[in-house]
Design a protein around this ligand. Structure first.
Ligand code: NPQ
Ligand code: MG
Length: 369
């Protein structure tokens, strides 16, 4: 395949309700979509960076810039381009994994559409539907949290993840456990909000029989997580820290985590995600698919990945109405707590032009000189 051009399209998607985490409140999702065009087929990739560098160092405009100036020009010239050649072609450029992931996914989608192969089959999926959990933001009161959780359980979600931070942890988590009982699959996500000095405090979470605590400490602090793991009974799961298969291998060897959250954007793409899945499987470490408030384009790719055998815990692959009034693809529907893995070629869904145009704020094409 040879690319004829790449489109960078910025979307503005209002959230159904503000989403509060330890790093701030989001009311709108800015989305950067990448479309890879070739004579055979077009493919789509969603860049999961946020508008500001508060989850990781990347943000939408940094991704647009590096894609436009460095990444896209490097792949536009390439003959016999395939998705597996993207990472080697881009390896001279450090970091910028979310930007690289979006470009790789767009090329992989185009390649698979041209060949008529579903992404799930290409990755090695063993499931036709995926068990879904939901991530619940910080609320103003515990009563409000209990109402929100009740609503998601009514909708069928199979696992609840509560966002926590210092000052919003033991009381809300205890209240949810108390109200919904011991059988509820419950976990928490701190998005790096604690320090090792909080270790004694965090051990009080052990009484709530959580599935896991996600990323309590800083992104770079693998040793700190390993020390924390010595005093916590609750398994530590890493999100922000796992930036590659090598990082996963290091974290597991150090005893910094017993579970891994895989997000293709954070690790540089679906192919690196599969390598992380394989490293974890070899160590007996369960994985689950994270979420970044994706539109239907990113969600479709996540579902294909989450259908791999090592994804044994419900992911943050929620239905679109959790976040949006209208999505840009035909809607995925939660059925008995599960979403179907798309069956069509590539990511298996197409953005609907009218819906896409309605939320598009800008578009530019980058073509070969
Ligand atoms: C996490 N996701 O696991 C993230 C972080 C996150 C579903 O909890 C706008 C865009 C708001 C991306 C809030 C979930 C976000 C975002 C949180 C990502 O850590
Ligand atoms: Mg997380």
């Amino acid at each position: 395949m040879r690319l004829t051009g790449v489109e960078l399209r910025q979307l503005h998607m209002p959230l159904v309700a503000p989403f509060r985490t330890s790093f701030g409140v989001q009311e709108v999702r800015g989305v950067l979509l990448v479309r890879a065009s070739s004579a055979e087929a077009d493919g789509w990739g969603e860049c999961v960076a946020m508008s500001a560098p508060v989850y990781s160092s990347e943000y939408i405009d940094s991704c647009g810039d590096v894609l436009r100036r460095f990444l896209i020009p490097r792949v536009l010239g390439a003959e016999n381009l395939t998705a597996v050649r993207i990472a080697p072609l881009l390896s001279q450029f450090h970091g910028h994994r979310m930007a690289k992931a979006a470009l790789e996914t767009a090329v992989l989608d185009a390649e698979l559409r041209a060949a008529g192969i579903p992404l799930s089959r290409e990755l090695g999926a063993v499931r036709e539907r995926v068990a879904c959990g939901v991530s619940v933001g910080i609320t103003d009161t515990v009563d409000e949290l209990l109402d929100v959780v009740a609503g998601y359980l009514d909708a069928g979600y199979l696992r609840i993840k509560l966002k926590i931070e210092p000052g919003w942890d033991l009381i809300p988590v205890g209240a949810v456990r108390e109200r919904f009982g011991d059988d509820l699959l419950l976990q928490v996500d701190a998005n790096t909000a604690y320090t090792l000095g909080d270790a004694a405090h965090l051990t009080a979470l052990d009484q709530f029989n959580l599935l896991l605590i996600e990323q309590p400490l800083a992104e770079e602090d693998l040793l700190g997580h390993a020390q924390l793991a010595k005093v916590l009974r609750t398994p530590i799961c890493l999100d922000e820290s796992i930036t590659s298969a090598r990082a996963a291998a290091t974290a597991i060897s150090l005893g910094a985590c017993r579970i891994v959250n895989i997000k293709p954007g954070r690790v540089g793409g679906l192919l690196e995600s599969r390598r992380i899945h394989d490293v974890c499987a070899a160590h007996g470490v369960p994985v689950w698919c994270g979420g970044m408030l994706e539109s239907g384009v990113g969600r479709a790719a996540n579902l294909a990945l989450a259908a791999l055998p090592g994804f044994t815990l419900p992911g943050d692959t929620s239905a679109p109405e959790r976040y949006y009034h209208t999505d840009i693809t035909p809607p995925f529907r939660l059925d008995d707590g599960h979403l179907d893995v798309p069956r069509g070629p590539g990511i298996g869904v197409d953005p609907l032009p009218e819906l896409l145009d309605a939320v598009t704020v800008s578009s530019e094409w980058i073509t070969a000189p």
